[in-house]
Write a protein of this length. Structure first.
Length: 295
């Protein structure tokens, strides 16, 4: 097994990477800038790579440093959080990770019900586009978006979603949208990370090929939904994830709910051993009940 660098050196690396300054990192860790510099030098020597580029404007992560930070950042956060929980006597901590749009648009609005049912559980929620690495002990459960190809993990689809064209009422009215074929000449919003793309939708509901140009592209469903609500164009999104926009009247299905593609793309993922912990078992049971309400 490769030798793990000293934790002090890793914490110094993380602080400099986050603060973009040796002096600020030193102040945060109650060390001198010289001590931080020595720790970074020792870490670079052990790893055999340059982690930072230095210039007159300060320091920034090198390409290797950026990749290293993306791999160890979550693990360091988990170590700090676990240590803090232990020091403060928190035994019922729960660490959940979710894709950003699902977390903000679906999960967070429902969390009050979970915390009311389980006031003894301390919930920690993080949301990033990348999946958590269970081998690093980053989280208890992960709610992932995509194609379910994660070996050696328990995978549960959360719900079936309808993916359809959504736009603001004013946009639908001003563009007089009545038939899917009219979208060939309308500004379309592209969600870069969506499992279902415009060509899939056009193939399912029309005999036309999807346009190759888009009015805007986004890497978050929430940004696509917000942009469509502001009249930027037509978004191809989930009515489940966009439920708040629909309920508030900010968006409407352009051609009704029957012109849709049905998929299961959000999954609850976790190692089977994790469910032995009571907080994990409680969260999974609660999530199953919540998703059945939308089935």
């Amino acid at each position: 097994m490769a030798t793990v660098p000293p934790i002090a050196n890793l914490l110094a690396f993380e602080a400099v990477a986050r603060r973009r300054s040796f002096a600020h990192a030193a102040a945060e860790l109650h060390l001198t800038a010289s001590a931080i510099s020595h720790q970074i030098s020792r870490l670079e020597a052990q790893l055999g790579v340059r982690l930072f580029d230095r210039d007159a404007h300060g320091v920034k992560l090198s390409a290797a440093g950026s990749g290293y930070m993306s791999r160890i950042g979550g693990a360091l956060s988990a170590l700090v959080a676990a240590s803090d929980d232990l020091q403060h006597g928190v035994k019922n901590s729960l660490y959940v990770h979710a894709s950003p749009s699902f977390a903000s648009l679906w999960l967070v609005p429902r969390l009050q019900a979970f915390t009311q049912q389980h006031p003894e559980i301390v919930l920690n929620l993080s949301a990033t586009p990348t999946h958590s690495d269970f081998a690093l002990g980053q989280v208890d459960v992960d709610i992932r978006y995509g194609v379910a190809q994660w070996p050696d993990l328990t995978i549960e689809p959360l719900f079936e979603e309808r993916i359809t064209a959504l736009a603001s009422p004013d946009f639908i009215r001003s563009h007089r949208l009545r038939r899917p074929e009219q979208l060939m000449d309308a500004p379309l919003i592209q969600s870069n990370v969506s499992v279902i793309q415009w060509p899939d939708w056009f193939a399912a509901v029309t005999d036309r090929r999807a346009p190759e140009r888009f009015a805007a592209r986004f890497d978050r469903a929430q940004m696509s939904l917000d942009a469509a609500a502001q009249g930027l164009g037509v978004a191809l999104e989930s009515t489940t994830i966009g439920a708040q926009h629909l309920a508030k009247g900010l968006l409407r299905p352009v051609f009704g709910l029957e012109k849709c593609v049905k998929i299961k793309a959000h999954f609850l993922v976790y190692p089977a051993r994790h469910v032995r912990r009571k907080p994990v078992e409680a969260f999974i049971d609660w999530l199953r009940r919540e998703t059945k309400k939308k089935a």
